[in-house]
Design a protein around this ligand. Structure first.
Ligand code: UD1
Ligand code: CA
Length: 457
């Protein structure tokens, strides 16, 4: 833990331009709320205290994030960024410094924040600034004409022509010693165009008090982009995804088109993994060496071992897939499924809460649920495990080397013993004996001379 560091995250704004019933900071970037991104990044710095200032929809925010390590501070009325930090002041340590972050600036990187904290060692103020081609809307950094040191920040609305031409902007992120905050925040004035208590005015107070203000800069400007509208959120989403895709490419993953992959969580890949277009990875996904994921697949919380191929349009959730399996196209694999090596799951096959051992095949149009399947089993097209009696789920056991003919129903609880063969079209309700042919099928009859009805002319 860094006992010299407190963090305050501002998240009280209304987010009117989102036009949403959901508080702005709960809108998702890459499958996770913007505020969660900021909290996770902030936690990497191991602060001794972390406050989140909430206002609009505050209770909802607090409940959704559900983190007891956070000190939740309510700002009843949004009277400006300085007023927001003032609400957190009673919770901050006497000594050390406070880093100010924003719940709607979700892509700030830990490395950038670490540098700010380092620059602040020895009770300096640190301001994260950057140059923007279009600085419109941001606070501008006013520097001393000779020393080039930071003197103050002027908000867009309070700035004159010359000041508006300045391209160096305030990102809003800053580090201020607590002993100074304690004096400065209560002395902020709202004598500006927006009649707000600007946090940015503490910079002038620092300069006036002879406390050095050091500038830090992010490596990438996207780290400091804020979200005010759904358009800006969508823009950030694309930046997030292309950055992730570029990291995968650099790590040796083949992406047929890096602009057509979405990762909403963590994707870990072995060597020579190949991912075709329009795949979505959610939660924690691990792909072993040489795994191929063809176009339009969705994988959520899945492990896939070496050499397995996932054919197009497959949807796999909360499952483990072994080595050299062949899945899909159009396979649906539901939670708690475990496939061993060389298993084939074909088109329009649904598997749920089942284990399937090495070399077994379910290639066409089947439902396998609550099933324990042995090795080298072949399940014919259209086979269904009838696992649900309307009240309870029951188990099907299929032992090694079983062959199930097409269009069979296995009514659970039931066991198909080692080496059994089931005739096509059977409804199996009782345990089948090992190595025998079992079938249930009505006898085929022919009505000789029968005529099809025809319409009267
Ligand atoms: C602020 C900075 C500006 C900077 C810009 C960067 C001030 C006065 N200005 O301007 O220099 O360039 O950010 O994006 O700080 N918030 C609260 N409570 C409040 C007011 C704001 O929690 O009473 C939160 C908002 O939810 C938002 C953040 O603080 O996340 C920034 O507030 P906003 O009003 O958007 O500040 P800007 O005018 O953009
Ligand atoms: Ca803003």
């Amino acid at each position: 833990m860094n006992s010299n560091l407190n963090i305050v995250i501002l998240a009280a704004g209304a987010g009117t331009r989102m036009k949403s019933a959901l508080p702005k900071v709960l809108h998702k970037l890459a499958g996770k709320s913007m505020l969660s991104h900021v909290i996770e990044t902030a936690k990497e710095l191991l602060p001794s205290k972390m406050c989140v200032v909430i206002g609009h929809g505050g209770e909802h925010v607090k409940e959704t994030i559900g983190d007891d390590e956070i000190i939740w501070v309510t700002q009843e009325e949004q009277k400006g960024t300085g007023h927001a930090v003032l609400q957190a002041l009673p919770h901050l340590d006497e000594t050390g410094s406070t880093l100010i972050l924003y719940g709607d600036v979700p892509m700030i990187r830990t490395e950038t924040l670490r540098e700010i904290v380092q620059n602040g060692a020895g009770n300096h103020c640190v301001l994260l600034t950057t140059e923007l081609a279009d600085p419109h809307g941001y606070g501008r950094i006013i520097r001393n004409a000779e020393s080039r040191g930071i003197e103050s920040i002027v908000e867009q609305k309070d700035a004159d022509e010359t000041q508006r031409a300045i391209k160096e902007i305030n990102t809003g992120i800053m580090l201020i010693p607590n002993q100074n905050l304690r004096h400065w925040l209560p002395n902020l004035k709202d004598n500006n165009k927006q009649e707000e208590y600007y946090l940015t005015d503490v910079i002038k107070m620092a300069v006036d008090g002879g406390i050095p203000v050091i500038a830090s800069h992010p490596e990438n400007n996207w780290e400091v982009y804020g979200v005010n509208s759904r358009g800006q959120l969508a823009e950030l989403e694309r930046i997030y995804q292309i950055e992730y895709a570029n990291r995968l490419l650099a790590d040796g993953v083949t992406l047929i088109d890096p602009s057509r992959i979405d990762i909403r969580g963590h994707l870990n890949c072995g060597i020579d993994v190949e991912i075709d277009v329009n795949c979505v990875f959610e939660g924690k996904v691990e792909l072993g060496d040489g795994v191929k994921v063809k176009a339009n697949c969705v994988l959520k919380d899945v492990t896939v071992l070496d050499g397995t191929v996932i054919e197009p349009f497959s949807y796999i959730v909360d499952s483990e897939i072994g080595k050299h399996c062949k899945i899909g196209p159009y396979a649906r694999i539901r939670p708690e499924t475990k496939l061993s090596d060389k298993v084939h799951i074909g088109n329009f096959v649904e598997v749920k809460k089942s284990s399937i051992a090495t070399g077994s095949k379910v290639n066409h149009l089947s439902y396998i649920g609550d099933t324990e399947m042995g090795q080298n089993v072949n399940i014919g097209a259209g086979t269904i495990t009838c696992n649900y009696d309307g009240a309870y789920k029951h188990k099907t056991v299929i032992e090694d080397n079983v062959f199930v003919g097409s269009d069979t129903q296995l009514v659970a609880p039931v066991k198909v013993s080692y080496g059994s063969t089931i005739g096509a079209g059977s409804t199996i309700t009782k345990e089948t004996p090992a190595n025998e042919l079992t079938l249930s099928r009505s006898k085929q009859v022919t009505l000789s001379g029968w005529k099809r009805p025809t319409k009267n002319k």
